[in-house]
Structures are given as structure tokens and as C-alpha cells.
Design a protein around this ligand. Structure first.
Ligand SMILES: Cc1cc2nc3c(=O)[nH]c(=O)nc-3n(C[C@H](O)[C@H](O)[C@H](O)COP(=O)(O)OP(=O)(O)OC[C@H]3O[C@@H](n4cnc5c(N)ncnc54)[C@H](O)[C@@H]3O)c2cc1C
Length: 465
């Protein structure tokens, strides 16, 4: 008879994991706290859209779901568009390879696709409106509230907690001896706003294919210690996210500081004027939408006795500035599936291999995501940063086998995150040395072609010495 896995949480990770486990021959029972999105349309919850990149796509491809997501839900963003305070635009491609792009996908749409795919697999049963109340680690068994108001206790061979950053399964593990746990909140929170379609705004619909601004980019309004970003949706709207401190500090206005319509409009007209012009519902959105917090969760171990495991945000919630939380969770699914296959008769060994492979990588992306916040909100607007990126991508284009920018490794490859962090830091030091010898003034002096040759020559000479 097939083994039975209980998956707690049918979010992005839990629903994809259900497909993997069913394909591997397990009997799968999924319990989700929220209602069934198939009955209601979309899933509620955080952030309306997300950036899906190579790791997430590899996770989907492992069960043949990448094409359907890309065809029905994705908008490619091959670069970022930086909006200066005066409205000036600078486009930075993410890679010297024009095929490299991150993809804006709807969270609700993707979750729905994954839930439908899981429910269609043989051996999968899904229960909604069923929050997990408790876990018996050694049975293992879990207790859920059911729609009828009763509680049910379900036994299994394996219980996986994919119940997000505030995981009930992790809460139970925290009561065990030598369980490490930390949660760290940023002083910044986030709030979502909206840019409607060109049609709604009465703008030229031809210019950007129905969008008010170019959909082939992730838009960033870097403002030092605060920023706004915007990602396109398939309905020609953009979802904007403010990442501001909750409270005003050091001259930066906090999310809680703006209350009246005049204050909100006035602030946006001063600091985000080009966007304010195309945000007719700005004041209502700002006042109505919640200000939510941003947390990094670290814990270990991720498994107990070969019987209970954590996956996704439940064991490694990261801040969203590298657009990798979901991508990392999908990579977890691939790893857990592989480890269980490699140790078919030893679950303890399988879960141990899984946590030992993933933990250093989860730590690395948590660090890179924190670092990238400073890059996005501040550095991307600075001339020296733009020059460094130009040098980096010039070297990447000329020496693709030798030069691997960290962003490319994280977003366009499945090289382990820990390795991406290490080689990114090494490359950074090398770039500093090249820039010391070929400063930005050389670009104007020499012209683009001669400058690029000089950059490559300097890099090669330094690497050889
Ligand atoms: C503002 C923002 C932007 C982001 N942008 C990106 C991005 O661009 N790219 C990217 O890769 N990642 C991004 N992320 C991160 C991404 O959202 C998460 O990493 C991802 O959702 C993790 O998936 P998960 O399934 O582990 O958790 P979740 O998606 O949180 O799913 C957990 C599920 O468990 C359910 N649940 C919770 N408690 C219980 C319980 N007790 N019993 C039963 N069910 C329960 C919840 O209802 C939910 O359905 C972003 C996050 C935020 C906050």
C-alpha cells in the first residue's frame, strides 16, 4: 500500500508539493485554513503578483506545469525601469542575454492552477476551511478543525508543514528540545496600490499594448530609505508596492504618517509625481489597503524524527527584495521529492538529506534578499551603481563562462544560492578593482566599443596576475 502524507497548507508550496508527492506514488491529504479558491475565484492573502524566475520554473517543470503558467499567467520583465524624482527614466537590462527575464505572475492565479493540478492527481484529497490546530510529532498525526465545527485527528507516515511564515506545525516543533528559532522584522512594511490600464486612464492604448507604462520591466522608484515598485498584471493594470518604514525617521515619511487625502496626494506629487498622475484611486487605495510587515524567519532543524518536516516560508520566510521566497519554496519541493526517492525505505535519512542541502541555501537567500533591499531602494538610483552594472554585464557578455553576476545566478540559474552568494561577493571585489582602473569617465572618453574592450582587457589582466 502507498504511504500517506499530510500536507498542512495549500498555498504555493503546499499545492505544488502535493503534485510531486502524488506523482511519486504517495496518498496525499491536504488541509488548508482558507476556503476553496476554486469556488470563490481567487485566493486571498498577501501580494497580488510575484516574480517567478528560473528556480520556480524548474520546480513547476518537474511536474510539467511550467508551460501552462507561462502561457496563461506570466508577463516577462527582462529589466528594471528606474523612475527618478523628476520623472526621468533609466532602463537597466537584468542580463546581457536578452532571453533572461523574470516573470510577473498573479499569486491567486498561480495558486489556483496549482490547487487544480493537485486535485486532479490520483490519490490526492483536499480539505479547505480546515486549520491545523495541533501536531503529534511522534505518531505522527495532526488535528484539524473541520467545516462542520468538529475536530479531526489524521494519522500519516509523514506530515509536511507548508503553512507559511506563521506556521502552526513549526509552532509545535518549537516546543521540542534544541530547536533554534529566530524572527526578525524590518522597520519597513509594505502597502499595495494600483495603476489602472491605459484605457481606464484615457491614455494612448497602442503605446504599451494597453498598459499605462512599459509592461516589459519591473518599475522601481528608489527614494533612499524608501521605495515603490510596480509589476504588470495580465489585465493591463500594475500592482504597486510601497516599501516604507512604518514610522517616519530621518526625513523619510512612514506608512503611518500619511492619513488625510491632502497629505497622501501631496506626498506622492512631490516624491512619485510621474506615478501619482496615473493613480486616480491613490488616496482610497492608500487609506483602505493594510500596511503589512516584513519578516525573516530562520529555524532548525526542519524535520523531526523522520516523520514531520517543514518546507517553504514555514522554515525560511525571507524579505521579498530578491523576488525569491516562492522560487526557493519550489526548489525545496524538488529537493524533498528527490531525497525521498533516494532513500525509499529510510525517511529519517531522506529528511535529513533534505534539510542539510536546503538550510545553507535558505540562509544565503535570506541574506541576499536583505542586501538587495539597499540596492533597490537606494543604489539603483545612483550613477556609480549604474556604471558598475554596466561593467558587470559587459564582462558577462564578453566572458559568459567566467563572469557570473550574482543577480543572474540567483534569478536565471539553479546554481545553489550559497554558491551564488559566494561568487557574487568574489565578483564584486573584482569589479571594484576594474572600476578603479577604468572609471566611468573613460566611457565617454573612449566611446562604447573601445571602453568595453578596455574593461575586458583589464579584467583578464587582473585575473591572470
Ligand atoms: C510583498 C511580498 C512580495 C513577494 N514577492 C515575491 C516574489 O516576487 N517572488 C517570490 O518568489 N516570492 C515573493 N514573495 C514570497 C512568497 O510570497 C512566499 O515565499 C511564498 O508565498 C511561500 O509559499 P508558502 O506556500 O511557503 O507559504 P504561503 O504562500 O504563505 O502559504 C501558506 C498556506 O498555508 C495556509 N495556512 C496557514 N496556517 C495554516 C494552518 N494552521 N492550517 C492550515 N493551513 C494554514 C495559508 O492559508 C496559506 O494558504 C513575496 C512576499 C511578500 C510578502
Amino acid at each position: 500500500v502507498s504511504k500517506h502524507v499530510v500536507i498542512v497548507g495549500a498555498g504555493l508550496a503546499g499545492s505544488l508539493l502535493a503534485v510531486y508527492m502524488a506523482r511519486a506514488g504517495w496518498r496525499v491529504t491536504v488541509f488548508e485554513r482558507r476556503g476553496d479558491p476554486r469556488a470563490r475565484g481567487y485566493v486571498g492573502g498577501r501580494s497580488i503578483n510575484l516574480a517567478l524566475s528560473a528556480r520556480g520554473l524548474a520546480g513547476l517543470a518537474g511536474v510539467g506545469l511550467d508551460r501552462v503558467v507561462m502561457e496563461h499567467d506570466a508577463i516577462a520583465m527582462p529589466g528594471r525601469m528606474i523612475h527618478a524624482v523628476d520623472g526621468a527614466l533609466t532602463y537597466q537590462p537584468y542580463s546581457s542575454n536578452p532571453r533572461d527575464a523574470i516573470n510577473s505572475v498573479s499569486r491567486g492565479g498561480l495558486n489556483l492552477t496549482l490547487i487544480r493540478a493537485a486535485a486532479a492527481c490520483e490519490g490526492v484529497s483536499m480539505h479547505f476551511d480546515s486549520p491545523c490546530l495541533d501536531v503529534y510529532l511522534d505518531a505522527p498525526a495532526a488535528v484539524f478543525a473541520s467545516q462542520s465545527g468538529h475536530t479531526v485527528r489524521v494519522e500519516a507516515d509523514l506530515i509536511v508543514g507548508t503553512d507559511g511564515a506563521f506556521s502552526a506545525v513549526r509552532n509545535r516543533l518549537m516546543k521540542t528540545d534544541r530547536f533554534d528559532y529566530s524572527q526578525t522584522y524590518l522597520e519597513h512594511g509594505y502597502k499595495e496600490l494600483m495603476i489602472p490600464s491605459a484605457k481606464t486612464l484615457g491614455m494612448d492604448e497602442q503605446r504599451f499594448g494597453g498598459f499605462a507604462i512599459d509592461p516589459a520591466a519591473l518599475h522601481i522608484w528608489p527614494r533612499g530609505s524608501a521605495m515603490m515598485i510596480a509589476l504588470p498584471n495580465r489585465d493591463h493594470t500594475f500592482t504597486c508596492t510601497l516599501f516604507w518604514p512604518f514610522e517616519s525617521a530621518g526625513g523619510t515619511v512612514g506608512l503611518h504618517a500619511l492619513r488625510s487625502a491632502d497629505d497622501i496626494r501631496g506626498h506622492f506629487e512631490k516624491h512619485y509625481n510621474d506615478a501619482a498622475k496615473i493613480m486616480p484611486t491613490l488616496v482610497e487605495d492608500y487609506q483602505r489597503n493594510p500596511s503589512s510587515s516584513l519578516v525573516t524567519v530562520r529555524c532548525y532543524p526542519w524535520q523531526h524524527g523522520g516523520k514531520v518536516a517543514l518546507l517553504g516560508d514555514a522554515c525560511h520566510a525571507v524579505v521579498p527584495f530578491y523576488g525569491q521566497g516562492m522560487n526557493c519554496a519550489f526548489e525545496d519541493c524538488v529537493c524533498l521529492d528527490r531525497c525521498l526517492r533516494e532513500h525509499p525505505s529510510d525517511q529519517m535519512a531522506a529528511l535529513d538529506a533534505y534539510q542539510r542541502e536546503r538550510k545553507p541555501n535558505a540562509d544565503a537567500i535570506a541574506q541576499m534578499a536583505l542586501d538587495n533591499f539597499i540596492e533597490m531602494r537606494d543604489k539603483v538610483g545612483r550613477a556609480e551603481f549604474l556604471y558598475k552594472k554596466k561593467v558587470e554585464q559587459t564582462l558577462h557578455a564578453a566572458l559568459p563562462e567566467r563572469v557570473h553576476p550574482q543577480y543572474n545566478l540567483v534569478s536565471f540559474s539553479t546554481v545553489p544560492y550559497a554558491q551564488a552568494l559566494k561568487s557574487g561577493r568574489e565578483l564584486d571585489a573584482k569589479l571594484e578593482r576594474v572600476i578603479a582602473q577604468v572609471p566611468a569617465s573613460e566611457l565617454e572618453k573612449l566611446g562604447k566599443e573601445a571602453w568595453a574592450k578596455r574593461v575586458v582587457k583589464t579584467f583578464v589582466a587582473q585575473s591572470a596576475s
